[in-house]
Design a protein. Structure first.
Lengths: 235, 191
């Protein structure tokens, strides 16, 4: 693997290798809870916290985690941080916690987080893992905010509803496109964003390659059988 | 009995796991290229969902009342290890079935539909039998969505679309249209 600079570690995840828009990881929360800007921010911050915490812990413990059970160990670490985030959100912002529902708990199976542990934190120093986690986390928040603002603006005619800073840029006579805050709106918004990005790349003569598997899912396929074989041997 | 039937229909059509609740999107986008693969993935999912539902009910009834904060951790650990044990058992007992399910069995352990099922079932307070119907309905709904998507994509693949639409963007728009169609099932419950 080519050696990367610290700056690259930090900036890579924010746009060029954005976990959602480029790598298509962590799509469940991206589509499910981005119907308002507030929900998107809450989800993004919770995921950011879990990613940062797990990256620090994984890179600290990497020497002591046996290779055979590493995936299970990562999931356990992630689940611990998700439990913390779940309890804290429930105590601090109970309304938002209720709106996000089961999807806070489902951060555990966000493949983006597991992907960063497997691809980066398990091989690099603590400081660089922090940089990488901050970059990917910010990239995730950026993607969620893009989705959330488009969906809330078109589906409800407002921005930042349920907060003191609510604005309605289209005025009182705007007829909301209710479909945008319903499930199909999530698919449509992300689909259009991806099409626009692909169009942009095509215009700037970057070849768009079709991808059968979302990047990173293959890592899970490759990584899983190692664990299976090893646990068989251990048993 | 009527209530159980509606739990099944609701999980399968009205609150379809993939198209309405956004659970299990990775396999939905990843392995929906061919109908035969999609069908096998769906079967493996139904299988794991049923096992998960049973384990989650037992955990909810006997273990978690004593330590509610361990819910998430115990779910994910027990589900992951159980699926691996089942995989080994199938490998020994029925090599044919093992070949059919293949790589999909370990892969779907980390699928959000599985953990999602366990959490939704707990939040709604379903018992053992209700949970089973919920799992079968959810699994059938997932299979239905996968197969529908795969048939559409097989057709779209030979269509002449602009170069920029030859990636996931088009697939997501298609998924949105399917999701829109499934919203029609919501009318089933209004009467």
């Amino acid at each position: 693997m080519r050696q990367t600079t610290q700056q690259e570690d930090l900036l890579r995840g924010m746009w060029k290798e954005n976990p959602v828009l480029v790598q298509l990881l962590g799509l469940c929360p991206t589509l499910a809870v981005t119907n308002t800007v507030l929900n998107s921010i809450a989800m993004g911050l919770a995921t950011f916290f879990v990613l940062l915490g797990s990256s620090i812990l994984v890179s600290t413990l990497k020497r002591w985690i046996p290779k055979e059970v590493r995936i299970s160990a990562y999931i356990l670490i992630i689940a611990t941080f998700v439990t913390i985030a779940d309890l804290v959100l429930n105590a601090v912002v109970p309304e938002t916690h209720k709106a996000l529902g089961a999807f806070i708990a489902l951060i555990v199976v966000n493949c983006m987080i597991l992907g960063r542990q497997e691809a980066f934190s398990s091989k690099n120093t603590i400081w660089r893992s922090i940089l990488d986690a901050v970059g990917s986390g910010v990239g995730f928040i950026v993607a969620l905010l893009m989705m959330g603002s488009v969906r809330e603006l078109l589906g409800n005619g407002t921005l930042l509803v349920d907060t003191p800073w609510v604005v309605a840029p289209f005025g009182p006579h705007f007829e909301p496109w209710v479909i945008m805050i319903l499930p199909p709106g999530g698919f449509f918004t992300l689909g259009v964003i991806l099409l626009v990005l692909a169009w942009w790349k095509e215009r700037h003569h970057v070849p768009v390659r079709p991808r059968r598997w979302p990047h990173g899912v293959t890592t899970a396929v490759e990584a899983e059988p190692v664990g299976v074989g090893a646990s068989e041997g251990g048993a | 009995m009527g209530e159980l039937f509606w739990i099944l229909i609701s999980a399968m059509l009205v609150n379809n796991f993939t198209l309405v609740l956004f659970l299990g999107l990775c396999p939905f986008l990843g392995v929906s290229g061919r109908v035969s693969t999609a069908l096998r993935m769906g079967m493996a999912n139904i299988f794991v969902l049923v096992i998960t539902s049973m384990v989650a009910s037992l955990l909810n009834a006997y273990v978690l009342p004593y330590a509610p904060y361990l819910r998430l951790i115990s779910f994910i650990v027990v589900i992951a290890s159980l699926v691996q044990i089942v995989e080994m058992a199938i490998k020994k007992l029925s090599p044919t079935l093992f070949r059919e399910l293949g790589i999909f069995l370990p892969l779907i352990t980390t699928n959000c539909a599985i953990l999602g099922l366990a959490i939704f079932q707990t939040n709604r307070g379903y018992g053992f039998v209700e949970g089973l119907f919920f799992a079968v309905g959810g699994g059938l709904g997932l299979t239905l969505a996968l197969v529908l998507m795969a048939s559409i994509r097989e057709t779209v693949e030979i269509a002449d679309v602009p170069a920029m639409a030859r990636n996931m963007g088009l697939v997501l728009i298609l998924a949105g249209s399917l999701s829109l169609a499934f919203m029609g099932f919501a009318g089933l419950f209004s009467s």
